[in-house]
Write a protein that binds this ligand. Structure first.
Ligand code: 2AM
Length: 197
């Protein structure tokens, strides 16, 4: 095969691992990162670095790079309201050894954003999420917590309620490496109005 057409074939096959997320301010990420470090020191496992802390709205997995402009256009056309998350609890999923933070009462606007975004993606031919899985809003703080290390799940956040104003959502590209995932924001999309909640 001539070198040029081999390059063209490679370019066509290139994919990007991507997901849509809410990204915290540096301040909120710092506070959640501190909680993650303390929990990892206590229970074991790997704390999420502050710069990687996020809440996933829709996970797409590997998408052809050639489809990224279409993906950005779908998200740019989504109209949804701004809101504020009140992160106030820690919980643990034994099946994937994940300690996470969440809200006891997620705002209705969060579910609306996710359903509007996922429907727009579906119409545009993009597949999202875990097969058959419900959307469970969570912020992953410690991965690979050893089995049996966490005895009581669902406790209040040690710092009380953390307010996370959400006035935009983002498209993130994930690069897997030996030390974990590196994330890069490749698109930002505003939410309408003031972040309330
Ligand atoms: P997790 O934190 O619960 O592992 C980047 O990997 C982000 O996408 C993470 O927030 C991760 O969730 C989420 N993610 C990874 N694979 C996923 C899948 N198959 N379905 C839904 N979300 C996924």
């Amino acid at each position: 095969m001539p070198a040029e057409s081999r390059q063209q074939v490679t370019a066509k096959r290139a994919t990007a691992r991507v997901f849509f997320a809410l990204w915290p301010s540096a301040e909120s990420a710092g506070e959640l990162g501190q909680i993650a470090r303390e929990a990892a020191a206590r229970f074991g496992g790997r704390a999420t670095r502050p710069e990687s802390i996020h809440l996933t709205l829709a996970f797409l997995g590997n998408v052809p790079e050639a489809r990224l402009p279409a993906l950005l256009a779908v998200a740019a056309a989504v109209s949804a309201e701004a809101f504020t998350l009140s992160i106030n609890r820690l919980d643990f999923w034994a099946h994937n050894h994940l300690l996470w933070a969440g809200c006891s009462a997620p705002p209705a606007q969060l579910a609306e954003l996710v359903s509007t975004l996922c429907e727009a993606l579906r119409v545009a031919g993009f597949k999202t999420g875990r097969a058959g899985g419900e959307f469970s809003p969570h912020v992953s703080l410690v991965r690979r917590v050893p089995a049996g290390a966490v005895s009581s799940a669902d406790c209040p956040l040690p710092v009380g309620t953390l307010r996370w104003p959400c006035s935009r959502f983002v498209l993130v590209r994930s690069q897997l490496s030996a030390t974990g995932s590196n994330y890069r924001i490749i698109g930002e999309f505003p939410l309408a109005g003031e972040s309330r909640g």
